[in-house]
Design a protein around this ligand. Structure first.
Ligand code: SF4
Ligand code: SF4
Length: 236
């Protein structure tokens, strides 16, 4: 039931993507910053950072339209796409991209807020939308399960920063919990994880914190021994 609700939310989010597209755009935030404007995507990325201090990456697993688009294509290429180097690339891209935005904000300041800046739904907008969604499909097809989340996503680092802040200040946040003694090493959790995490090994070690986890709870629902649970708690 829980996974049906999650997948339903992702489908809804994907259907709304033509409208929310510019509010999650890594490009519109740049051209807005060049105009001295703090636009809707800047505000939403900031909100995601604040939310993740308690909510970790629930947005990624339950609401992100980009994640939904990738999940739709995962049957065509379901291989895991997860390694230290594959995951690192998104942080390198993020540092360059966000440093440039901060430079533009400082250079063009004082900045003013305008949530819908540059938002004009017309034929050009729809063509750009179609191209971007096609690129997300293609990238996932070439890489693997949630390949874009691992290697390209510009929103994930904001949430990882939020998680890191929570852990640094011992703020309780949403996380998985393991009961290693109940695990029978069947591997079902690892096979279903959309992020390709070796969650079975993590359960056995008792350490479930991983910045790539999108809190989808697939592993919790798949485990026949109920060896994985979740809750809001401090880092152990
Ligand atoms: S570890 Fe579990 S909650 Fe995290 S992404 Fe994988 S299946 Fe989802
Ligand atoms: S599904 Fe449950 S029992 Fe099987 S490996 Fe994962 S945690 Fe262990």
């Amino acid at each position: 039931m829980r996974q049906r609700v999650r997948k339903g939310l992702l489908v809804y989010s994907a259907l709304m993507f033509p409208l929310t597209f510019f509010l999650l755009s890594p490009y519109v935030i740049v051209i807005s910053a060049a105009d001295g404007v703090l636009n809707g995507s800047a505000m939403i990325f900031g909100l995601l950072l604040v939310f993740s201090v308690i909510g970790s990456r629930l947005f990624c697993g339950w609401l992100c339209p980009g994640g939904a688009v990738q999940d739709f294509i995962s049957n065509a290429n379901s291989r895991p796409w997860n390694s230290r180097w594959k995951n690192l690339s998104k942080y390198v891209i993020w540092v360059v991209w966000f440093s440039f935005i901060v430079f533009l904000w400082i250079h063009n300041g004082p900045i003013k807020g305008d949530f819908l800046h540059f938002m004009d739904i017309n034929i050009i907008y729809m063509i750009i939308y179609a191209v971007v969604v096609s690129l997300i499909y293609l990238f996932t097809l070439m890489t693997g399960r949630r390949g874009m989340c691992h290697s390209l996503c510009w929103m994930a680092p904001f949430m990882v920063i939020g998680e890191t802040i929570a852990d640094f200040f011992h703020i309780p946040r949403f996380r998985l919990k393991a009961k290693p003694d109940d695990c029978v090493s069947c591997g079902k959790c690892s096979r279903i994880c959309p992020m390709g995490l070796n969650i079975a090994e993590m359960v056995k070690s008792g350490r479930l914190d991983n910045t790539e986890c999108i809190n989808c709870l697939e592993c919790v629902d798949e485990c026949p021994k109920k060896a994985i649970s979740f809750g809001i708690c401090q880092k152990q």
